[in-house]
Ligand binder design. Structure first.
Ligand SMILES: [Zn+2]
Ligand SMILES: [Zn+2]
Length: 309
């Protein structure tokens, strides 16, 4: 009998809570705002919380720990690792292992979240593929045991190992901090709950979908500039929303590059990494050579906007 690809019951339950709770919180927050219960401080906490935790994912989880695209001082590594963990996208090593598997098998059967491989043809197959790439893959078999295979170096690195093990603490802190700020500013429980709602749960919801859109949208809509051997796309909207990660075709062509947006393509994560390097907090920034880029550039086929099959 073919083994099930579905995750154990407990895993699916936790994942479901992690996905559904922020969604319900968003609905509640909109209803409260409709009734006039939304303060400026709540929206500031949403915006700043989103910016900080998104950069934790892009600079920390993705470019530093998963791809080793640069070296960071311990204080930077801890900071971006903790901020990334507050996005509630799973523990650091699990996240990195899944992502390395994605690069190794991009848009093939072993890719954990391809919208293309194995979803059938036609409109139904396209919808199924999008859903799987966006959120459905989270309910498949937990690859915790495979983390040793894809990310053994992260178990050996004391910083990533400790950040990973303390995941629950960072999640609680990511909720408690906006709650405490909201309560302290308004000196009321109502302010505390609104801080938890907007700065915690709604912020998690928005970043969840921005990150997952890199897996779904950026393998479907946009253009290709480089031969990456897969269906990754450059999508300028996602480039801005996700701090530079939307230049996904560039990234798949040059996974080890600390910079994803080339030329005028806006890449906030790269600007910050370069700034950290300028003050001595980051070093050994990896970039593709001009010859390497030219070799992979799609001269005649590039820049064509394609639609999903
Ligand atoms: Zn990808
Ligand atoms: Zn990557």
């Amino acid at each position: 009998m073919k083994p099930s690809t579905r995750a154990p019951h407990w895993h699916r339950t936790i994942t479901l809570i992690g996905v559904v709770a922020p969604t319900l919180a968003l609905a509640g927050a909109i209803a409260l705002a409709w009734g006039g219960l939304c303060r400026g401080i709540d929206l500031w906490m949403l915006g700043i919380g989103y910016l900080l935790t998104a950069l934790g994912v892009t600079i920390g989880f993705h470019r530093l720990f998963t791809h080793r695209a640069f070296e960071a001082s311990p204080v930077v590594a801890w900071t971006v690792g903790i901020l990334g963990s507050m996005s509630v996208q799973g523990p650091l090593i699990w996240w990195a292992a899944k992502h390395r598997q994605h690069h190794q098998h991009s848009d093939e059967e072993l890719d954990p979240h391809s919208p293309h491989a194995g979803h059938g043809a036609g409109v139904f197959g396209a919808i199924k593929g999008f859903w799987h790439a966006h959120v459905g893959w989270l309910c498949e078999r937990d690859l915790r045991s495979q983390a040793q295979r894809y990310a053994p170096d992260l178990f050996d690195d004391p910083i990533s190992r400790r950040i990973d093990r303390l995941f629950a603490l960072w999640v609680v802190l990511g909720l408690a901090i906006p709650m405490a700020i909201g309560g302290a500013i308004s000196r009321s429980w109502e302010g505390a709950w609104l801080g938890l709602l907007w700065g915690g749960l709604v912020r998690i919801f928005v970043l969840h979908h921005a990150t997952w859109s890199i897996n779904s949208v950026c393998h479907l809509w946009g253009w290709r500039e480089f031969d990456s051997g897969d269906e990754s796309r450059n999508n300028p909207v996602m480039g801005i929303v996700s701090m530079g990660e939307g230049w996904h075709n560039n990234h798949h062509a040059f996974p080890a590059s600390a910079r994803h947006g080339f030329g005028l393509q806006f890449d906030l994560s790269w600007i910050i990494i370069r700034s950290l390097a300028a003050v001595g907090l980051a070093r050994r920034l990896r970039l593709p050579s001009a010859e390497h880029m030219e070799r992979k550039r799609l001269h005649s086929r590039g820049r064509a906007v394609t639609v999903p099959p």
